[in-house]
Design a binder for this molecule. Structure first.
Ligand SMILES: Nc1ncnc2c1ncn2[C@@H]1O[C@H](COP(=O)(O)OP(=O)(O)O)[C@@H](O)[C@H]1O
Ligand SMILES: O=C(CO)[C@@H](O)[C@H](O)COP(=O)(O)O
Length: 543
């Protein structure tokens, strides 16, 4: 008797994130029935990644073949656990945003003739014209960003057109860098995928389209017309705009569209049903939005490798610090996003310095036994930060820059407070503009399981925080959101249910976990103005 015997339909969602490939399987009621992951550094050490990437100064890439190999490793793990592949009706997925994959001219024939007796990585060795995929952590394209903003008529024009000003990690600027530095690779490329559409392509055995939500993170898509913007294509391809358009394919507006059946490779090698359908895969942040039935006034904070803030908006409302992205399944809706590069990896860095055994237990102990101190504020931009554009670690005591706090352990509290104060500052601005109030704050991502960190979050925002019910499952909001998308596509197909995409049941997956201490919130409210002033000093020091 297997735990899956009573279930007739399963829907799976993947998330090809920075450090891992994750899978979540849900059943008809949106209940999570199975999860698994492949950790890149630990399980694919022969690619030499650290925290899932290869860093070379500001250039941060990932071996494309490692991602390919990780898919077979994950599915093989499931096979060993006797996962009922045959019950999977639909597959969707998510991927770290902005990363790009360059398929060679022979890729289509390699993809369509995959042999189930051989692993994918072995067969797709020659499928890529660029071996190292640029990732979202890359910040080597400042030159391309300046050029893009200048040629389009300024940052504001770009923001209004694409939802974001020019960002180093955005795919258009990464493509522009490849066009300039490696024109041969560009001409040897038949298709450019995002991480999400790349994974969908593997399942289909032919090129999957880029969905408009993930496509909004490229500085190439007009978020109003939902088409590639010719002027931007032209600028980001050294004048070869028409060629770039062909290499990108048409963006897909319908996030629930059936793209085709799963490739025979997966049917024969793992036992998927040949009628199992593939729908568009999207970015990890858009997918996270779907893992919760988000409504106006709901805010999702994801504490993963990156920290992100997601806010639902019915109108596009771009600002110079946030991104406006097309909604992954509602073609007329949008959402706002903030993204911080110094998320979990920088918290780990501070943990490793200030705790003897590099453990979250000790880190939490320090958080639990310390108190906020108004005069001590830190900024922790170990990696080139996005908001604000700054790098370095800065500690202030009574508004004076100091090398170290008199009590070095204070760094543990200071980093968490600083990260959340920065979010609060920006969220307040976005909410004021939309005349909204926070109705519900939901925390997801790897660090969301840390109760002490979540307590500080509640205190800074002065509101109750909700978290996914864990029961040992449910930690992966992006793969969960992708699975939800697969279930919705099934409903749409089976019942022609196109109007009612409400899925309130999913709210049962979340629980309120902590209430704020209002004396602490008052304290942080008093601190935030000074925080903002000190942040300005940090930014000035970078000029
Ligand atoms: N108990 C914990 N406290 C704080 N952070 C944690 C804890 N457990 C895991 N993490 C962090 O979660 C991160 C991974 O988060 P995750 O959302 O899975 O990332 P991604 O999707 O980007 O691969 C790790 O880098 C780790 O620092
Ligand atoms: O760059 C962004 C969003 O703009 C990142 O949020 C990436 O999408 C990576 O996600 P994680 O691996 O941290 O989840």
């Amino acid at each position: 008797m297997s735990e899956f015997d009573d279930l007739s339909n399963l829907y799976i969602g993947f998330d090809l994130s920075t450090q891992q490939l994750k899978l979540t399987a849900i059943e008809d009621t949106y209940k999570i029935v199975f999860e698994d992951i492949v950790h890149f550094d630990k399980e694919l050490p022969h690619y030499g990644t650290r925290n899932g990437v290869i860093s070379n100064g500001e250039t941060v890439t990932c071996p494309t073949l490692m991602w390919v190999e990780s898919l077979d490793i994950l599915l093989q793990k499931l096979k060993i656990k006797e996962f009922p592949f045959g019950k999977v009706r639909m597959i969707s997925g998510a991927g770290q945003q902005h990363g790009s994959i360059y398929w060679s001219h022979i890729a289509p024939s390699l993809l369509s003739s995959l042999d189930p007796s051989q692993p994918l990585a072995h067969q797709l060795k020659n499928a890529f014209s660029v071996q190292q995929s640029p990732t979202w952590q890359d910040s080597s394209t400042s030159e391309q960003c300046h050029q893009l903003e200048e040629l389009i008529g300024g940052a504001e024009v770009l923001v209004n057109l694409t939802g974001s000003k020019a960002y180093e990690r955005f795919t258009g600027n990464q493509i522009a860098k490849i066009c300039k530095t490696n024109p041969t690779a560009f001409s040897q490329t038949s298709r450019i995928s995002l991480v999400s559409s790349f994974l969908a392509t593997l399942f289909l055995g032919h090129y999957a389209p880029i969905d408009i939500s993930d496509g909004s993170g490229m500085n190439l898509l007009n978020i109003h017309t939902k088409k590639w913007e010719d002027k931007l294509l032209h600028i980001c391809s050294c004048g070869a705009g028409r060629k770039l358009k062909e290499k990108l394919g048409e963006p897909e507006i319908d996030g629930l569209k059936i793209l085709g059946n799963v490739h025979e490779y997966f049917v024969k090698r793992y036992g998927f049903n040949k009628d199992c359908k593939i729908i568009p895969f999207t970015g990890d942040n858009p997918a996270t939005l779907l893992s919760f039935n988000i409504k106006p006034g709901n805010i999702v904070i994801s504490l993963g490798t990156s920290d992100t803030v997601l806010l639902y908006t019915s109108q596009p409302s771009p600002t110079s610090e946030s991104h406006t992205l097309c909604h992954p399944i509602m073609p007329t809706s949008y959402f706002s996003m903030l993204c911080y590069k110094n998320g979990s990896l920088t918290r780990e860095y501070i943990r490793d310095i200030y705790t003897k055994d590099a453990s979250w237990k000790r880190f939490n102990n320090i958080l639990d036994t310390s108190k906020p101190i108004k005069s001590k504020i830190g900024f922790y931009f170990l990696l080139q930060e996005i908001i604000p554009f700054a790098k370095g670690i800065f500690r202030f005591d009574n508004n004076k820059l100091v090398k170290e706090f008199d009590d070095p352990n204070h760094n543990v509290r200071a980093i968490i407070e600083s990260q959340f104060l920065s979010m609060k500052l920006r969220i307040n601005k976005l909410l004021r503009r939309d005349k909204e109030k926070i109705q519900k704050l939901i925390v997801v991502g790897g660090a969301s399981k840390n109760d002490q960190i979540v307590k500080v979050l509640a205190d800074v925002f002065g509101t109750q925080v909700w978290r996914i019910k864990s029961e040992g499952k449910g930690g992966n909001s992006a793969s969960m959101g992708a699975a939800v998308k697969a279930r919705m596509a099934f409903l749409k197909q089976e019942f022609k249910n196109t109007t009612n995409l409400n899925y309130d049941e999913i709210e049962g997956n979340y629980l309120p976990v902590t209430m704020p201490k209002f004396e602490n919130t008052k304290f942080y409210d008093n601190m935030i103005e000074n925080y903002q002033e000190l942040e300005k000093l940090v930014i000035q020091s970078q000029l």
